[in-house]
Design a protein around this ligand. Structure first.
Ligand code: HEM
Ligand SMILES: [Cu+2]
Length: 557
């Protein structure tokens, strides 16, 4: 089945640049995501420096005025969510794993897959170009609410317009990707593999893709209306012309909230695979997790207005949206507790991927429970748009984007690169990232309770904040941010050294059971020498090369 002859006949260009191989495309998304994480991280550094030393020149950036600060915050949030979280968790992991985990030779539409990456690449170019246009990059916040994003208030003409074009291109790339993911999982499974035999990671990628595809439509319409308001002077969001800026908020969050689950579900998929292997137990509550995932995906469309409790929506709407917001934590909790139940009485191996997986659960719980504060209008009224919400969404997002992704990265590194990484450097990376994540963001909860609003370039300008001496908490958070960025150095060293040394890992270094571990590391073109056939359910495959030790005795034939 695998035709390495085909691969060897390919030129460098078709093998590594315009490749249709899902494994190569996965790496392209991953390294582009890494590059954008460096850019997003640099902007986070600029934010932290400005908040701690307001008005002083920032080493590596220079002095910053308030409009520029708005741009830096806007682009930091935009890049981290759209150009880091999405390419790493959805595109890179989905592309690499779906065909391998279901026993397929590639995605259903390899050429479309290649096209989706290059449209994504174009979106990166357009977004970075927006930093260099007159007036600078978009500065209306990552939510790009009018009137802040309308032509009148957003400074330069091109910044927001290029932001809108870049986002539209990226959405197109992920729509094409989503079509590939869903079609491949539904139609190209190995003989004998039924839907409820698929690993959890594949389910999470499929549900996340469907949620993404169903949620983008309204925002694309909203973005076109904003583009028309900016370029030809329509008034969709201009009250003076009978328009309503609130309309954009509804369209943005109808997409924006499901979007956080588009990021969370693949992260949870990685956790399911890593926790199973390093507890030497099949996953607890497989079907329950699948139903909870589908429920999470569906309910994610019913909560969006919790972002607008204090924006002037009809107060009668607040109660139903508050109820749905609190309710959505139920299926998420079912999945999280199933993960914990998988650990119960397991033979836990604290490898680097396992540490990052456990780190994800503990930190994400903090992000999750502080969502309740915002789901209840009574407390959200005080905490909305303060540093409490900044801490909340970083505790929800960073565990997924960094911790769960690193769990996945270290877990599938041997399969992806045919090399083994260094465990000591891996653990050092984990400990530093875990410690400094908390030093950076815990103080922000306190700043939020002190009433410190977000998106303020110079807190010292405000008597209340000056009197409250917020600079001390900002200083601690900045130390944390430095520690967080420095803690990524062991990862960099580990990556370079392991790829140079290339210690061969063998097909199944972790003794896992899913199909990707039954073929070579890295897999050849076409993935499997012979087509695997599946006779039993997930994590109990009896394919040659799949570990059998954690299959319950009563299941073994
Ligand atoms: C590397 C460590 C990071 C640090 C130190 C950091 C710091 C910050 C700070 C201080 C703000 C608030 C700025 C303000 O309101 O004036 C902010 C905003 C934001 N951050 Fe981060 N962040 C980091 C990583 C991330 C990651 C990984 C994500 C998402 C995956 C993310 C997403 C966001 C978003 C969406 C905003 C809101 C932007 C806006 O107000 O428009 N950040 N970040
Ligand atoms: Cu939300």
């Amino acid at each position: 089945m695998s035709d390495s002859a085909h691969a060897s006949s390919q030129s460098f260009i078709t093998k590594y640049i315009f490749s249709t191989d899902h494994k190569v495309i996965a790496k392209q998304y991953m390294f582009t995501g890494f590059f954008m994480a460096l850019l997003g991280g640099f902007l986070a550094y600029v934010i932290r420096m400005q908040l701690t030393y307001p008005g002083e020149s920032i080493p590596g950036y220079g002095a910053i005025n308030f409009l520029q600060y708005n741009s830096v915050v806007t682009m930091h949030g935009t890049i981290m969510i759209f150009w880091v979280a999405m390419p790493l968790l959805l595109a890179a992991l989905g592309n690499f794993l779906i065909p391998l985990m279901i026993g397929a030779r590639d995605m259903a539409f390899p050429k479309l897959n290649m096209l989706s990456y290059w449209i994504f690449f174009l979106s990166v170019v357009v977004l970075i170009a927006s930093f260099f246009v007159p007036g600078g990059a978009a500065n209306g916040g990552w939510t790009t609410y009018p009137p802040l994003s309308s032509a009148k208030y957003s400074g330069g003409q091109w910044g927001v317009t290029l932001w809108l074009i870049a986002v539209a291109l990226e959405f197109a790339a992920f729509l094409l990707g989503g079509i590939n993911f869903v079609t491949t999982a539904l139609n190209m499974r190995a003989p004998g593999m039924k839907l409820f035999d698929m690993p959890i990671m594949v389910w999470m990628q499929v549900v996340a893709s469907v949620v993404f595809m169903l949620s983008v439509g309204p925002l694309i319409a909203g973005a076109i209306m904003l583009l028309l308001d900016r370029t030809v002077g329509t008034g969709f969001y201009d009250p003076a012309q009978g328009g309503d800026p609130m309309l954009f908020q509804h369209l943005f969050w109808f997409f924006g909230h499901p979007e956080v689950y588009v990021i969370m579900l693949p992260a949870f998929g990685a956790l399911a695979e890593v926790l199973t292997v390093f507890s030497r137990k099949t996953i607890f509550g497989y079907k329950m997790i699948v139903y909870a995932t589908i429920a999470t995906g569906g309910m994610s469309f019913l909560v969006w207005a919790h972002h607008q409790f204090v924006a002037g929506i009809d107060p009668r709407l607040a109660t139903p949206f508050s109820i749905t917001t609190i309710l959505i934590s139920v299926p998420v909790a079912v999945t999280t507790f199933s993960f914990m139940a998988t650990l119960w009485k397991g033979k836990i191996r604290f490898t680097t991927p396992m540490c990052f997986a456990l780190g994800t659960i503990s930190l994400f719980l903090l992000g999750g429970v502080t969502g309740i504060h915002h789901g209840a209008p009574a407390s959200d009224m005080f905490l909305h748009d303060t540093y409490f919400v900044v801490a909340h969404f970083h505790y929800a997002l960073i565990p997924q984007v960094f911790f769960a992704f690193f769990a996945a990265f270290y877990f599938w590194f041997p399969k992806m690169f045919g090399a083994m990484f260094n465990e000591v450097l891996g653990k050092l990376h984990f400990l530093g990232t875990f410690l400094f994540m908390n030093v950076t963001f815990l103080p922000m909860f306190v700043l939020g309770f002190m009433g410190h609003q977000r998106r303020i370039a110079n807190p010292q300008m405000f008597d209340t904040l000056r009197n409250a001496q917020v600079e001390h908490l900002h200083f601690i958070a900045t130390i944390g941010a430095f520690g967080l960025l420095l803690s990524q150095v062991p990862l960099l060293i580990n990556l370079v050294v392991s790829l140079i040394k290339r210690k061969a890992p063998g097909n199944n270094p972790w003794q896992a059971n899913t199909l990707e571990w039954t073929t070579s590391s890295p897999p050849g073109h076409g993935n499997f020498e012979t087509q695997p056939t599946v006779y039993r359910g997930p994590y109990e495959y009896s394919v040659p090369g799949a570990a059998q030790d954690f299959i319950p005795q009563n299941v073994k034939q």
